[in-house]
Design a protein around this ligand. Sequence first.
Ligand code: 17E
Ligand code: FE2
Length: 415
Amino acid sequence: MHIVNARLRQRSELFELKIDNGVFTAIETQTGPIEASADQLDAGGKLACAPFIEPHIHLDAALTAGEPAWNESGTLFEGIERWGERKPMLSEADIRQRVIKTLNLLIGNGVQFVRTHADTSDPSLVGLKTLCALRDEFKDKIDIQVVAFPQDGLLSYPGGDRLMEEALEIGADAVGGIPHFEYTRELGVASMKRVIELAMKYDRLVDVHCDEIDDPNSRFLEVLACEALFNDLGARVTASHTVAMHSYDNAYCSKLFRLLKQSNINFIACPTESIHLQGRFDTYPKRRGVTRVKELDAAGINVCFAEDSIFDPWYSLGNGKLLRTLDFGLHICQMMGYKDFSKALSLVTDNSARTLNIEDRYGIEVGKPASFNLLEGEDDYSVLRNQGDVLLSVRHGETIMQREPAKIVTPPWIG
Ligand code: 17E
Ligand code: FE2
């Protein structure tokens, strides 16, 4: 494959990209636009960007909103309750058809890497087993990491610890946790220590649902970061949500950031999910309930955006479009300056790659797998503003998705 007239992020020139055996073999600047020959692909000045990444989604619960009942309050806690009613109806066939539909939605929107949570608070572990099987089955189409996620508590749910170990033995890629939902602060702290212990025992990544509550006293992030630091695991550890940080006292937060920076852990914020689920116990003023993305980023701490849900008991919208999540996230976190827009795509691409520990095989660089999207725009700012669909998705040198740009047939133009 040979692409001409492509733009790359943070560069103003046009580029030629050469691909052989699924790998980028040359990336060369052009002196001007080139007439594409029959065997070349003309990018037409559009942005070639590393694939979108969905670093945090609950595929086992996707497409189950309203089954058997809707989450009327819009709280995380009612979501957990409604999901608890759906869980007994899970079967391998049910999960498979919903996950495949959702993966196709993601692939159609230029996502080539996914980290999914699989609920282990279920003695059958059917969700986890099915997600691990689908991960292996579709490994040539999409990269999937499965997090063993103890939705009802690692230590508070009966047998939670044993189910977690079983999940890791089956082959989960990462250990999860939910300290703010454990019965007591002590169990929450103990669960964080246990998560790190298990990650070391089984040599896995860590991704914890950490402090997903508007409670300024929910301080499990400091425990997770400290354990990561003391065990030199930071880059392999992710704190998801951390919405309590929105409500932390600024002085505490200032002290906390020193530890976060030293620990080198990663952060995932889910802006659409959290703006919906959080602030539900407030009247007015109503907290936004999204973690301090702008401040984390400014401090040089790695942070990325995720959807979290697609039509599930927690959130009944969602469509696999990371540009939508990015748009919401930048608004909610007030990252609306020119500099923010100029590097916005990092929040759904490069930063997510670092979170997933896939940097060695991600990015438009000679020698790396030739995977990229062609986007509607020429740089981060215009792609964000256009909110266009992904035009082309290439994975390891193969076109896996291509679409015609949307076009108005009868223009309403005036003048
Ligand atoms: N489970 C949870 O604890 N938090 C969430 N945001 C979702 C599931 C979607
Ligand atoms: Fe989540």
